[in-house]
Design a protein. Structure first.
Lengths: 184, 184
DNA sequence: TCTGAAGACTTCAACAGTAAAGTTCGAAGC
DNA sequence: GCTTCGAACTTTACTGTTGAAGTCTTCAGA
């Protein structure tokens, strides 16, 4: 009776969760579940951490994603909304709205392509670039702290295993297209 | 010139992305970035895959999350909206709406606690339980496929490393509360 | 018993995302 | 040189989430 935290209980620990799965669904491989659950929890926490950091810069996580894509695109630092949407995994409509807001905030510019007036080109402003840089600085501090318990060799092995998993999903889901387990 | 895929380019590969980071932001440790980027890409892909599977059952990913929380809670399979919200990382308001929809669809029940009439209790229905089970079956197939390239020993090492990272973030963010890099 | 404070949930208004229809321009065929 | 098709983006209507304000109940103190 001392072990039920009452009706105000919070998220169970990872091990508690695995134990619960074994109780309710015997077919589950606990080793697999541990990897999968840890992955998704980690991601949630990282998302929260990034959100706090970008908030200090007065931008949202979503806006940072756009800035990252533009900088990573390289030299002219310009991309069309459709391309941006693909890179961020959004619908074109969402991209339109996002760009609207970011133009209003002075983070990016939007102009029509002179050679093809149906096309639009989004570019990064000085302010956008400097917010991006600040966010990167904060992010790298966070990421270094996150991995501080892993040796260099462990980091390498971890990265290698994760990319192996990633390759597996990407093959099966060519561009958010296919499906991993063919269920239809 | 043959290497720019034109204005219709899609998401760059992980390695291309890392190379771009090194070009634009030298302070970045490529090993760290590889881990972090792979984590977030993996999560996006997994989310897409789960979404497809639950869609086949006529429920959303969000609804599956609620069903999972209820089943994992154990025996009476009942939780309050506030507790559910904490476990899923949502605001109470979002939880209210989500439960509305799920009650309408017959996946869960909502009743007032007899002993404390300000409290509400959400329980899972037969149908909810069976959708949960179907979703779990599909998910385990997917997860097993995802990890198929890793040996048993590798899976263990991966799970162990990920939980070490998770512990690090959770310590720093006690309940989505604290912050990892103290930036204020 | 009454009153005030705190807790648990809901309501409301605003915002972000999606799907589908709409608009506009460019290019290919007649 | 029209016309039609298709591509790229935007608009519209709807769904789901958030933050803040509101309601209702319990509990502690006067």
């Amino acid at each position: 009776m001392a072990d039920t935290p009452g009706p105000g209980a919070s998220e169970p620990s990872l091990d508690e969760q695995i134990a619960a799965y074994q109780r309710e669904f015997q077919d589950l491989d606990p080793q697999v579940e541990k990897v999968v659950s840890a992955l998704s929890r980690l991601n949630r926490r990282m998302h929260v951490a990034y959100g706090r950091q970008t908030a200090e810069l007065g931008i949202s996580n979503a806006e940072w994603e756009v800035l990252k894509a533009l900088v990573l695109a390289g030299d002219p630092y310009r991309l069309g909304p459709g391309d941006l949407a693909k890179r961020l995994g959004l619908t074109p409509a969402a991209m339109t709205h996002r760009i609207d807001r970011m133009v209003a905030e002075g983070l990016v510019t939007r102009e029509r392509d002179e050679n093809n007036r149906v096309r639009v080109i989004v570019g990064i402003t000085e302010e956008g670039r400097s917010k991006w840089l600040e966010a990167m600085r904060m992010a790298t501090v966070f990421e270094e702290e996150l991995l501080q318990d892993l040796s260099g060799e462990e980091r390498g092995r971890l990265g290698e295993m994760l990319t192996r998993l990633l390759r597996r999903v990407e093959d099966a889901q060519p561009d958010a297209g296919g499906r991993l387990s063919d269920l239809d």
